[in-house]
Design a protein around this ligand. Sequence first.
Ligand SMILES: [Mn+2]
Length: 262
Amino acid sequence: MEIRTNGAPAGEPEQTTVRIAAAGDIHVSDVNADAVAEAFRAIDGTVDLILLAGDLTTLGERAQAEALARACDPIETPILAVLGNHDWHSGCRDALVDTVEEAGVRVLDPGVATRCVNGAEVGIVGAKGFVGGFPGSHLPDFGEPSLRGVYAETGAEVEALEEGLEEIRACPFRIVLLHYAPIPETLRGEPEAIWAFLGSDRLAAPIIEHQPDLVLHGHAHAGAFEGDVGGVPVYNVSVPVIGREFWVFELTGSARHPAEIH
Ligand SMILES: [Mn+2]
């Protein structure tokens, strides 16, 4: 005798796999626009999400944003991105965001988004992050207004991360996308004298608290690929670090988040 049923019981949640292609520091310009477009065409449809960890452009120029938009426009895989310091350089951040969003890229600066992948909600919290340093090189909240402004700007990014993670707490898959590094481990290879400009461990606090499944960042071109913070895996997906156009992550887990309150 054979008995068929219509799914798995509550105690045996079905496993879902989410495939994510990630890259930071693509730095689109005239020089690489065609190669970037080809890389997007090649990855399209082979993954569920494409995540870009900032420094989308070389100098944040309108023409560079347009080149990225042309590369992303035909892509059917959802693309989400954060900005990097280079994307701010030319003073046309808003136009850059509008241009790439018109091509279907969701820019989280900062922000939170969810996408349904294979029946599971994937929550993505994105923020550029900012400078501030690590034990031994912390920028203090002290002194000149401009310096305290920098401290406050990092604080606003930390707050956005905290709020975003709170918002997606019920998502079975939760990802944090940054440009600046939240830990020093993935900066190893960069001169230690500049680590304070490459990230801030203040960004790590909400990650440790909320325990997302995956943290991605860029910015540290000469840094290391892999680290962790409070048991959460952190990857530096800067293109020079990964040595390829995209790094693909495969997350497998229950499509249902365990309820916190019964
Ligand atoms: Mn950068």
